[in-house]
Design a protein around this ligand. Sequence first.
Ligand code: SF4
Ligand code: SF4
Length: 676
Amino acid sequence: MHPTDFVFLGLSGRIWLLLILFAGMALFSYVMLKRWQLLARGKPDDRFREWGKRLLNTLLYFFAQRGLFKDFIAGLMHAFIFWGFLIYAVRTVTLFISGFYPEFDIPVNAWGNMYFASKDAFSLLVMLGCFYWLYQRLAVKNPRLTLSRGAIFILSLILTLMVTDLLVDGSQIAYEMKNPRGAWAFASSVTAWSVTQMGLSQSALSSLHLASWWLHLLLIVVFLNYLPISKHFHIITSFPNVVFYTTTPQGRMMKLDVEGAFERNEPLGLQTIKDASWRDILDLYSCTECGRCEAECPAHLSGKILSPKEIILELRDHAYEEHPLFGKPTATRDLIPLSVKPEEIWACTTCMACVAACPVQINPLDKIVAMRRNEVMIKDQYPTLFTDVFKGFDGRGNPWNMAADARLEWAKGLDVPIMSRLQQSGVNTASEVDYLFFAGCATAFEPRNHKIAHSLAKILQQAKIKFAILGEEETCTGDPARRIGHEYLFQLQANKNIQTFSKYGVKRILTVCPHCFNTFKNEYPDFGGNYEVVHHSELIAQLVKEEKVKLTKKLEQTIVYHDSCYLGRYNKVYGAPREILDAIPGAKRVEMKRSREKGMCCGAGGGLMWTEEEPGKRVNDLRLTQALEVKPGILATACPFCMIMMEDGIKTKNLSLQDKDIAELVAETMENGTSS
Ligand code: SF4
Ligand code: SF4
């Protein structure tokens, strides 16, 4: 007898099933419609190109769950549940159809049996995953996981679904005393054996089958309806979220039509939830509250108020409050300070660790910078220390507010060619100069960093590379202004620099600073500036490999390399600096626990170099502590901002640790090089 073969209150089992399905789907559709309406109100964002890249990203990050395996055990446990869901989708549809057509079933053939074996295996693996996460929440009390009733409820629900599913098949096998799938249905067979051992009568076995079948289907309907009103909405939304992930370079910030927006009196940045794009809303729907972003965030780890997870949840709750499930949307209100505190957005170093950590490819950083843009350009609200930064940009084209002639300080005593002079003397800079050597403000205006540029110039001269600098014509790329939120100032800088580069026919730019590197490489193309951009670590690594620079002097030191966020996470340059260190005779390279993609910020990005951090809450101190764990003699960096922050930490802590840029290390150890 099939579980729907009965009559209750005058209605057949099939009618009851139809009613349950109808009620469940009606409620589900209503909630989904509400969620869809909020999403559809989002601003346009063209994510409908480059389907090849999207497909690859979806295969890696959705189906293969790549983002989760950064923590292997946790990733595997989550993947068991996820893959189990995919397999169980077929089973669920089959069970519902069989309610109306009892003969309908997965066929007993090779494919059907293989499917059944996978289903049985995953029923056990899903249970293992659920127990693991319950254990992490209830016993371990893993700090990155929110101990919510919702999470316990859903894990218990999934566990019950797995048990009832096995009971459906197990009780049927025991009742009918036949198992057409044999060992393929191994977990169901074990369940059948277990219930048989309990000495249940035939009618009790039949009742068990009936009860487990109905309970299982009812719980599926409950589960489905619980998803869109809980954090488990990600089970539905993570697929489109991954499909519509950005295909542009990760380090590229979205260009804003600032002047157009002012003319049209349109909002700039993220002021209310109405300013969010549909893809932003999808991000808010997709947060699993797993806390991986928070666990990587340097601001959070150093005791600041910011947590990227909370940013997403605050925006989501704000959106839900203004778009309730029942009733009309309420008046839209500013996100800051109602839902997000200003201190949160100003604590972000723009290191992108949260973006890299998120398994469902949510981007909290985009939202933080969008809120900064609104605070700066519309409300004129920002930490007072940025006033001088903006003044510097306004008056002298750099956040240090230094005079243009100070840019040449580092080159004193070196015969470094300057573009304007070359041109005046009749040199065709477009064809005669291989690289524009762009020192950048953090190198040119910080006396400590002059040695980096000096060392690099020496290396280039030894390798006979034809390069020139802009000298007094060099101005800031605009990166700090952009990350602080002043898009207008950034665009002024970008246009000014592109004009200067055009004057000299610049095609290739060599940067010392990863921030300049990222801006020229990934952001200037949006303004018509297309160049081949090379970071000094890449060029030096190539020169060493080609033996144009020979490292012959011994340096018997343990060296730890600190990854710059804008070079590493933003642009995936991890190998070149390490290759250089490995080529230094006598040097032993060691790695910090947090390195490469998981490398931690120095604390300077996003304009925070110009702000004050409370003692005991400094990101650079935290990073230095991590470096000291591996007992290095030298801390190697490849970014002038990192150098400033690390030097500051070393001095404050009065450490004997040396901090050197890779260019300095090469200049010291190369043939005919200079030692410090
Ligand atoms: S970008 Fe870095 S500092 Fe900012 S929220 Fe993300 S992890 Fe935290
Ligand atoms: S934003 Fe991503 S990493 Fe952060 S809690 Fe949500 S799902 Fe996890």
